[in-house]
Design a protein around this ligand. Structure first.
Ligand SMILES: NC(=O)c1ccc[n+]([C@@H]2O[C@H](COP(=O)([O-])OP(=O)(O)OC[C@H]3O[C@@H](n4cnc5c(N)ncnc54)[C@H](OP(=O)(O)O)[C@@H]3O)[C@@H](O)[C@H]2O)c1
Length: 261
């Protein structure tokens, strides 16, 4: 983006998908800094996305909104072209937007948004990414471990499609390496205060209680901090960062140590 002097923004450029609310909003706000321009992507909620950018600017950061339904190939491609025209490069891509629980969504929608759209955006954005850039894929423990843990019925298509997206992105690692771009997956337990958990609580209180029984769930800000650290801090030793759900992770560890009969 050019300033009034005609010069392009010279600092870090970060795109956060689905940053008009929830976890993406918190990530966008935490990424904000005087040397960083945060592009707040949204699908429908322009007013909310603008409010996020206003908050970033009021706190001394730089930001702009860029709407695109990521499931729409043309819109996604136009978004990346706009970033190329405005900034010429990208340093951070946070793949946060997700879907599949929307009322009336087609049965193939979870795969389209959680796998196909994530791959397409990553392929389109990668040529813009500067060396030492970072791509972070945001997921849930119930998606990451969906084949080993019980998942609420409504969430199964989302869990399966998010894991398919994660696997497809991991398969792109040689492309990331060749451009010296880091790739990190950040997986979280249910996150307190999100709309998804509030909805689930109405439909399946037991599923939420089953997670809360082990202690407080991570908050939106705690999860967002881990995502921001993965996006801007030193490359983590492990390419997967887990937030919350220690009981859950211990159980997975136990299962992987138990010899199958
Ligand atoms: N909630 C949890 O407990 C939890 C736990 C672990 C991991 N996660 C992960 O964290 C991420 C964010 O979750 P959340 O609960 O904050 O989600 P959310 O409240 O449902 O917010 C979704 C965001 O994604 C945007 N979005 C939805 N569909 C889109 C599309 N087709 N194209 C572009 N943007 C789209 C929405 O934009 P509009 O506002 O314009 O509709 C919104 O900004 C997801 O990847 C999720 O799997 C969540």
């Amino acid at each position: 983006m050019t300033s009034s002097s005609g010069r392009r923004f010279s600092g870090r450029v970060a795109l956060v998908t689905g940053a008009s609310r929830g976890i993406g909003e918190a990530v966008a706000r935490q990424l904000a800094a005087p040397d960083t321009h945060v592009i707040v992507n949204y699908r429908e909620k322009l007013k909310r996305a603008r409010a996020v950018v206003d908050g970033i600017v009021a706190a001394g950061g730089h930001g702009s909104v860029l709407g695109a339904d990521l499931a729409d190939e043309t819109a996604c491609s136009a978004m990346v072209q706009q970033i190329a025209a405005d900034f010429g490069a990208l340093d951070v891509l946070v793949l946060n937007a997700s879907g599949g629980l929307e009322l009336g969504a087609d049965t193939d929608y979870p795969m389209r948004i959680n796998r196909d759209a994530q791959i397409r955006l990553t392929e389109l954005a990668l040529p813009l990414m500067r060396p030492n850039g970072r791509i972070v894929f945001v997921t849930s423990h119930q998606a990451h471990f969906h084949d080993r843990v019980p998942v609420p019925d409504d969430y199964v298509p989302v869990a399966v499609s998010k894991r398919a997206g994660e696997d497809a992105l991991r398969a792109m690692q040689p492309m990331f390496d060749s451009r010296r771009v880091g790739f990190v997956v950040v997986s979280g337990d249910m996150i307190e205060g999100t709309i998804i958990v509030r909805l689930l609580q109405r439909r399946d209180q037991e599923a939420v209680d089953a997670r809360r029984i082990h202690g407080d769930l991570p908050t939106i800000d705690e999860f967002a901090s881990a995502i921001v650290a993965a996006a801007t801090g030193p490359m983590p030793q492990d390419d997967t960062v887990y937030v919350g759900g220690q009981d859950f992770l211990a159980r997975i560890q136990e299962l992987s140590c138990t010899p199958s009969s």
